[in-house]
Each structure stands twice: as C-alpha cells, then as structure tokens.
Design a protein around this ligand. Structure first.
Ligand code: ZN
Length: 268
C-alpha cells in the first residue's frame, strides 16, 4: 500500500520516469543509520495510521512498511532520478543498437574469413545468406543494400586474397569498435560515453561521403542520428569539459538526489 508524499514534486517533469522504474524494480526506501543521521532519518520517515512509512529515494513517495535498505550514508548506491533515468534509457537504446551492429559485423568478418579461399563459395554464401541478414537488419532500420560494408564485400568478392584479409581486418576492427561503444553506453560508464562520442564522430566524415556519393533515406537518417547522438552525448554528459564538465555533471546528479536534498535541508 502506498500514499502520496506529503511534499510532492509539482515541478518535476520526470516523475513519471521515476515511477515507471519504481513500478518495475520496486521502491527504494532507506533508513540511515550511524552517528549524525537522526535529522535525516526523521525527514525520510513518517508514521501513519497504517504504520511506519519511509521515503523512496527514487520517486520520493512515502511507502508503508519497513525500509528496503538500511545502513550508513556511504552504503547507499547511486540512484538515477529524473533526467538521469531518461538519459540512461536513450543511451542504452543507442548502446544496444551499436552492440547488435558490432555482432553483425563480426559475423560478416567470420564469413569472409571462412570462405576467402573459395571465392566462388563466398559469392554463393553471400547470395544465400544475404536475404536473411537483410531482413534481420531491416528489423533495426539498417539498410544492408546501401551499406558501405556490403558494397565493400561485393567488391572484395572480385579481388585478390591478400586484399580480402585487409577487408576482414577492417570489418573486425569496425565491429569491435561498435561493440565497445555498445558495452560502454549500456554500462553507462564515462569512458564509454567518451569512446562513443569519439568513434561516432570518427565515422561521420565517411557517412557524409556516402551521402554525397549516393544519398538514400537510410543513409541520411543514419547520418542525422549519429550527429544527434554525438551532440546529445557531449551536451547531456558534459563531455570534454563542456558546460562545466564532469564536476558540473556530478553536481547536476547530486542536485536531483533526494538524499542530498534532504541532507542539505536537514542542516538548515
Ligand atoms: Zn519509488
């Protein structure tokens, strides 16, 4: 059972994101223990006609029952709130897309490597498997037909074995870069955000070139998405010292954390 906080957040436009996470993961109520936490404990705790209630550190609602976590302040995990939840959702979506593309590229590299001895077979294998790859890729809006990698493979079918090795190496490196981006974004690590911003920017000149050579809707869309992704990463995560850099980003997170707000309020 739950009742609404006595002090709701009328100005919090991200509350529904927090409630959505609480609905799936459950509320995260907390009882601070240890010296100097009495004031904070009083602010996070209330007594109702139905018993004690503790404040959820994510959505801010008071929830009936015993606290989910209890311990010293240092033991409280970082809890994403507000904008941070929305950002995590967008970046994980981007990360998943990068990861899947990376795995696809490694599979393509594997196929080239396996069949590089028999060019006839490679052509055969490619013809045979291409429709499957194409429909799978279409699932996440990746037009294989207009992909530079695929046209590279088409061309490499007609070239010598040694060149084919370099094509394979290139595809593997590209695949590994995409997978690293995907993992870094999914784990929401700062290195991953930097890596994704740098790698994505690195490919933008090639994507511009592709659009110039032969523009398709998918190519233009991919270019727009990647430019937007770099701007989004640099702007929201304050990379490269932008908008105050890491320090300002940490401060932004802290300003949204219920615990920090209540701690500050408790000292006044
Ligand atoms: Zn909650």
């Amino acid at each position: 059972m739950m009742f609404t906080a006595t002090k709701p957040h009328p100005g919090n436009p991200f509350k529904r994101w927090e409630l959505r996470v609480c609905a799936t993961k459950g509320h995260l109520t907390y009882r601070p223990t240890g010296p100097g936490t009495t004031k904070l404990r009083d602010r996070l705790n209330t007594t109702t006609a139905h018993g004690e209630a503790w404040r959820c550190l994510r959505c801010g609602d008071f929830v009936l029952g015993a606290p989910v976590i209890s311990g010293p302040l240092a033991s409280v995990p970082h809890i994403a709130r507000g904008k941070a939840i929305r950002q995590a959702f967008i970046l994980r979506l981007l990360g998943a897309e990068r990861f899947l593309r990376g795995v696809g590229l490694l599979l393509i590299a594997y196929a080239i490597e396996q069949f590089s001895d028999e060019k006839g077979s490679l052509q055969h294998l490619f013809d045979q498997n291409f429709p499957a790859i194409q429909s799978a890729a279409a699932g996440f809006n990746y037009d294989v037909n207009s992909s530079a990698i695929v046209s590279l493979i088409h061309k490499s079918l007609a070239i010598s074995g040694s060149t084919l090795i370099w094509v394979t190496v290139g595809v593997v490196v590209y695949g590994l870069i995409e997978i690293t981006e995907g993992v870094g974004l999914w784990l929401m690590q700062r290195w991953g955000e930097y890596f994704a911003a740098v790698a994505t920017s690195g490919f933008i000149p090639f994507e511009i070139y592709e659009v110039i050579v032969g523009a398709t809707t998918i190519k233009v869309a991919a270019l727009v998405v990647n430019i937007a992704a770099v701007i989004y990463l640099v702007y929201t995560k304050r990379l490269f010292g932008f908008r105050g850099g890491a320090k300002a980003y940490e401060a932004e997170l802290r300003s949204e954390a219920i615990l920090d707000v209540e701690l500050a309020a408790g000292t006044v």
